[in-house]
Design a protein around this ligand. Sequence first.
Ligand code: SF4
Ligand code: SF4
Length: 374
Amino acid sequence: MTKPIVAITECRDYSTPSILKAIEKIVDSAGFPDVKNKTVLLKPNILSGSSPEKAVTTHPQLVRAVIRLVSARGASRILVGDSPGVGSPDMAGKKSGIKAAVLEEGAEWTLFTESIRLLAPEGKKQNQFYPAKQLEEADVLISLPKMKTHEMMYYTGAIKNLFGMIPGLKKSRFHLNYPQKEDFAALIVDLFQALKPSYAIMDGISAMEGSGPGSGTPIDVGLLMGSANLLALDWATATIMGYDCMKIPILKDALERGAWLERPDEITYPLLDPEDLIINDYERVKILKDTGFIKKIVPQRVYGFIRDLYVPRPFFSSKKCIGCGECVRICPARALTLKGKGKEARVLIDYKLCIRCYCCHEVCPVEAIRIGRL
Ligand code: SF4
Ligand code: SF4
């Protein structure tokens, strides 16, 4: 089990000297994997081609600083990549500013388009995955998440960021196979266990609150955090956001496996303590009670009615929609149809098919999709 040490430090801006200073503090306190003469794969969160100020993606300045750190510690190759939910990986890399930072620092910008087979012998839901082939070349995998809310999973951080290791639309198939939050969470933890990342550094300088992960509001938190234990890091971050971590399905599932932590109070914080940093008015995603048991005891028609009342669903604004079709392409349940073009475009939804995965909401580039109740 990796020692659960989480280093949390203040960092109020994205200037290179500030970030480098904070990262040095983090790795001095929480350790860092040996990268000398190794190939290191950095996995930032590049959900879409959004500008850094929107806090949708990991900030390019953090990626730049981590490349410098890893390079100074003797890495022989540094690869950086992701598989965004929207558009081509290259375009998302350009628009987010991450591709430019990678190239300026002399690292390799790579596209997650081809897969390799990865066995997951301890998986609860899957015993194999098909992540990006760059994994085969890498000795060390480092997750560089953004601190954000998430409409489906409530919180997204170091562990959830690894879902982007699966190239392209192959990801959305998992939503269809595991529509319940608890099952999807177990799947993400299976992937985490199989990928065996060595470290994570969380971008909490500017985080996201509200309707994350794609359409929330940036919030200045002013923190950087790092750990070799990704569950411990996520636990600390979700605590700062004011969540009850046992209600976050990914964190609950990972804790119950006992592979990374036996108890949250084992985590040590050599710098700042998350309990002292809790942001009480952080706009979190409301935690729902599990509806799985209702599904088992009532007829399907009645369940559909209850679900419509209780579980938030996507609503489409024809005023805002630009007819790009991204939501239709990503919808794993084929619940969406696009009618018309340009200003006349509108999206029609079949709520009976919709599994409430909110992938459409994640990818809409113009915030034309609201998640809510009637
Ligand atoms: S309409 Fe949106 S929330 Fe519903 S299944 Fe499709 S992508 Fe998921
Ligand atoms: S709702 Fe958003 S994602 Fe869907 S077609 Fe309209 S603009 Fe594109």
